[in-house]
Every structure is written in C-alpha cells, then in structure tokens.
Design a protein around this ligand. Sequence first.
Ligand code: FAD
Ligand code: ZN
Length: 472
Amino acid sequence: MSSLIDQLRRIAGAANVLHEGDLDAYETDWRKRARGKALAVVRPGSTGEVAAVVKACAAAGVSIVPQGGNTGLVVGSTPDSSGTQVVLNLARMNAVRAVDADNLTMTVEAGCVLQMVQDAAQVAGFLFPLSLAAEGSCTIGGNLATNAGGTQVVRYGNARELCLGLEVVTAAGEVWDGLSGLRKDNTGYDLRDLFIGSEGTLGIITAATLRLHPLPAATLTAWAALPSLEDAQALLGLAHRQLGASLTGFEVMGQFALSLVVRHFSQLRVPLYEDSPYCVLLETSDSESEEHARTRLERLLEQALEDGCVTDAVLAGNLSQARQLWHVRESIPLAQAEEGLNIKHDISIPVSRIPEFCLETDALLRREIPGVRLVNFGHLGDGNLHYNVQAPEGGDNQAFLRDWEDRVNTLVYDSVQAFGGSISAEHGVGSLKLDKLPHYKSPVALDMMRAIKKALDPANTLNPGRVVRPFA
Ligand code: FAD
Ligand code: ZN
C-alpha cells in the first residue's frame, strides 16, 4: 500500500495526504456512534486531483469514502474499521467559481461550507435558501449527496430543487461536466438527479451550479401555542391558503421536546409551552415590505385564534427576537443529547395523516415501554418529523439503546410504512439504515437501485456498505 500512498502524495501534495497520527476527526462520525480506521485521508485541491485520486485507488482496488463536513447523521462519511479505505475529504475545494446574475445561478465547488455559500449569494444580492443547524460545518457537496432538507423546504424545496447542474468524478475517474445551469434539458435520463441523494455511492460531486432566489424584502417569525397536532395541521392549511408562497417555514415542537430545552438551557426563554401540548414556529418572507408581511401574518394569527386552532401567539418584533425563537427550535436536538443517548428517526408521512400516525405510534410505544419519553418535533410543513424516543426518566440510556433500539426502530418504521411514509426524509440511509431498507423499499425499487449502482460503480469502490448492497 505504500506505493498507493506515494502516488496520492504526488497527486495532492504530501501535506494533503494524512497517513499517520491523529485522524480522529475524519474517522469518527458526528454523533460519535462509529469510529473507523482509514488507510489515509486525502484532501485534493482540484477536480483533476480528485479524478487522479479515484483512478489511483481504483487501480489499487482500494475503496473510497467521500467526505465533506462530516456532519451526516447516518454514519456515511467515515471509514469502516478495516484500515483499508481512503477518505477523500473535499474541504479544500471551496471556491465560488462564478455567479450568473441574469441566469440566477451560482457555481461553487463541493467543499464550500453551506454558510459560505449563503453569504456569497447574499453579497451578490441573492438568497440561497438551504438552511440547517449544521450550516457552519456541512458542505454543499455533502448537502447534495444527502439531498439535505432543513427549515425552508416548505417554500424552496430540498437541496435537489436548488441544484441545476453538477460536476462529478465517476468511479472510473472520468470527469462529467454537467454544470449547464439550464432549467430545461430533456435530452434523456437525468444524471444530475441520480447523483443527488446518492450519498457518495455513485460518484464524487466536485462542483454544483445552484439556483438563486431574490432576497425577500422582509422576513417575520411567529410562535403559536396549539392544543393538538390536528390544530397544527389546520394552522398549516390556513397558512398555505393565506400566505401562499410567502410561507417559508413551519416547524412543530411537542411540549416534552421544549421542556428539555428549558431543563438544559435555562438561559433560553421558551414562550407559551407550559400549557400547550404543541407549539409552532412559523416564518413568512415577503417580497413587498415589512408592513405588508406583518399585516398578513397578524391577519392569519387572528383567524387562527378565532378558529380555535391556536390558543395564544407571539410575533417577533425584530430580527433578534426572531433569531431567539429559531434558536429555541434548533436547540432541541442539543437538549436531547444533553438528556442522554436516544433513538432518532427522521421520518416523513403525508401531512394529512400525521396526527393519526402520532396517536397510534405514541400509544404503541407507551404500551410496549412504560414511561418511554417521546421527543417529537420537526418540519410539519414538509410532513417530516424527528420522532425520537428517549429512555424513561432516570433510566440508563446506554442500556435502553442496547435493549430497545432495534425493537423501537421496527415498531416506528412498521407504523411509518402502514401510513404510507418514508423511513428517511432527510438524513439518508448511510450504514445505519442499510439493513432496514430492504424491509421498507419494494423489491422492484431495490433491484433498480442495485442495477444503477452496478452500472456506475461495477467494482463497488465508492462508499461500499452504504445505501444499498449491490450483490445482495
Ligand atoms: P458528510 O457528513 O461529510 O457526508 C454525508 C454523506 O455524503 C456521506 O455519505 C458522504 O460520503 C457523502 N458525501 C459528502 N460529500 C460528498 C461529495 N462531494 N460527493 C459525493 N458524496 C459526498 N440534514 C438535513 O437534511 N436537514 C437538517 O435540518 C439537518 N440538520 C442537521 C443538524 C445538525 C446539528 C447536524 C449535525 C446535522 C444535520 N443534518 C441535517 C444532517 C445533514 O445530512 C448534514 O448536515 C449535511 O447535509 C451533510 O453535509 P456534510 O458536508 O457534513 O457531509
Ligand atoms: Zn430536520
């Protein structure tokens, strides 16, 4: 293997091939659930270098794990424990290649951190709306490879909807330049959409042409207290009807999830949660003016109070108050981590069936595990819940995970399937859900996925053991 290491050093420069010493940051996943061992970590600086690295590894029969910010939540961007895989980290490829204001597009390299992409768009006078709590660390390549969602999907769509073209290095080390920036192109199969959401198993994304949006004139945030999930659903319907395309965020938070924020981050003020089973964070963006936005949002909340789906509401008076409300929402996963290890789900269900799903699944879990605590929150506007399951109060979290994780996953995923949902709305499959997928995906769909994997990566060198087993 030392000849491969020498080759990689010649390609990317010795300083960019990490072989010995502390590689923990590259080998451990964000939730610290998996610790692997890499043969080497390579940090190429250009598409040409990525292609050369892929060719060298392919010739040596060495598999590659593509890595961006390593913030993924399904153990997809870290090596296995064999010490034989090369981690290909794209962080050095972080240039903004071009902004085309008339085409409303921006072309960036895959290693650009999401926040940097948002900032570059803003400097150019545009909005790049993809937004998630990991935006200070995750990369646009990782966002596209996982088809990330986040808090603005209800208006702007997933990462997929925000991408018009890709540059990809194939498993054979060829470069596909698909950075056209075209909104319409019907010349056959959509290769771009194959690579988006493929979690590094079909090719390495080296650059992307992104769709930009006009900057809104005003953005306003409200926080509402609701008696039930049915009421949250009713408020969502009302918001769609009254705000139309101005509705940019709709997050629901269960009372227990918010109580964890209060317990672990006492400096944060959580409004209205004490007497309400659910709270909703609602955001509207307006192209006209702040006054216009405020009038519409006030009218919506008045109607909701009159209808009885909302019992109380507050409207952020300025940007700082709005940030504080979002901060509460974004602190839920961190508060949950403080409370202890838990079983996470990122599921989607048709919005119309979510209240019924929660009613049934909550009851099922409570029957099976007396005292179990359900941390339910998420992007209700997209039918996407982070339906997490925590040990009973005072219980041993480690033991809970060991004894219950598999059973709880089966109960929740079976229920998701019965309600016509998906076992991953955002985070992907990675290695964590690799063995679950065959139970919940149709055999026809799995066969097509295997055929695609075998066609694009016949030697199975790109992120093997993730998403789908080609020869199962
Ligand atoms: P990594 O973690 O490095 O990689 C993720 C996957 O993509 C791996 O399979 C990897 O092999 C592959 N990959 C990475 N780069 C490339 C590339 N250039 N070419 C090919 N394959 C590649 N996700 C959401 O969807 N919505 C959220 O709201 C959300 N919130 C989060 C909040 C926190 C605090 C954290 C830690 C994570 C959150 N995530 C969320 C998870 C989300 O998937 C990642 O944050 C992000 O999209 C991954 O980007 P990354 O650069 O860190 O990729
Ligand atoms: Zn999410």
